[in-house]
Design a protein around this ligand. Structure first.
Ligand SMILES: Nc1ncnc2c1ncn2[C@@H]1O[C@H](COP(=O)(O)OP(=O)(O)OP(=O)(O)O)[C@@H](O)[C@H]1O
Ligand SMILES: [Mg+2]
Length: 232
């Protein structure tokens, strides 16, 4: 019987992939294999957490690799906030190194949601050809190196502990269809404090330290009967 845990099944030529919301879906594939195109076709823009977009947000240039650490900090932050309110996160990055995948799996574990690896398996020459046709090309040497990492990943990823590993070849990309099952995780955590509240709270504390007791502290003490003094 099919369950949401069974990754994919054929149905009238379509490759149906069942996902649970919330979960972390990690796209894996070399540059120009078509990850962003595929994600945009199947998911809402807000469900896609893209390392390129995060890089653009932090440093104004999605290609500037000097700021990848900051970009991934933002990627992780967005995923955490989305998972904390039971949203799906489709992570659009190459995810070609074990530590990159592990960090995303760790977020999924922290929020008790499934981690899914979605491998976009496109031949090297096709990636290179797609790369040459796009505005922002990265060049054959980078794609070759990334494709090599991807080939290694294909044989090792099943041992990495993903709840689901889905492999899509180039010819599957157009046939893929997603079914998303909503299975919320009960959360007892309180929402993060808003920064401006924190700022005002720390300003109040600072002010109090400098100017003596707060209004509450300065209020005249209650009478033993619990009522305020007559003059208050
Ligand atoms: N299934 C497809 N068939 C034909 N062309 C495609 C397909 N998917 C993507 N492309 C084209 O290939 C190019 C690369 O696609 P895309 O930007 O989605 O790759 P990517 O994997 O996100 O690359 P990067 O890792 O560099 O962000 C684009 O010009 C896109 O239009
Ligand atoms: Mg992309």
């Amino acid at each position: 019987m099919d369950t949401p845990e069974t990754p994919a099944r054929e149905e009238s030529n379509a490759k149906v992939i069942r996902l649970i919301r919330p979960s972390v879906v990690v796209l894996c594939g070399p540059a120009a294999c078509g990850k962003s195109t595929f994600a945009a076709k199947h998911f809402r823009p807000t469900q896609i957490v893209s390392s390129d977009q995060a890089r653009a947000l932090v440093c104004d240039d999605e290609r500037d690799q000097r700021f990848s650490a900051q970009a991934f900090a933002l990627v992780h932050c967005l995923i955490e906030q989305r998972l904390s309110i039971n949203r799906l996160s489709v992570v659009d990055s190459t995810a070609l190194t074990p530590p990159a995948r592990k960090s995303l799996q760790d977020l999924a574990r922290k929020y008790h949601v499934p981690a899914v690896a979605l491998l976009i398996d496109v031949p090297l020459d096709t990636c290179v050809e797609r790369d040459t046709k796009r505005e922002r090309s990265v060049g054959r040497p980078i794609i070759e190196r990334q494709h090599h990492l991807f080939e290694q990943l294909k044989s090792s990823i099943k041992q990495e502990g993903f709840d689901q590993v889905v492999e899509l070849r180039d010819e599957d990309l157009d046939k893929a269809r997603f079914e998303i099952v909503f299975r919320p995780v009960p959360r007892s955590v309180s929402p993060p404090e808003r920064p401006e509240r924190r700022r005002f709270a720390s300003r109040r504390a600072h002010h109090a330290a400098e100017s003596g007791p707060t209004a509450d502290e300065a209020r005249a003490p209650s009478q033993p009967n619990g009522r305020p003094p007559e003059s208050a």
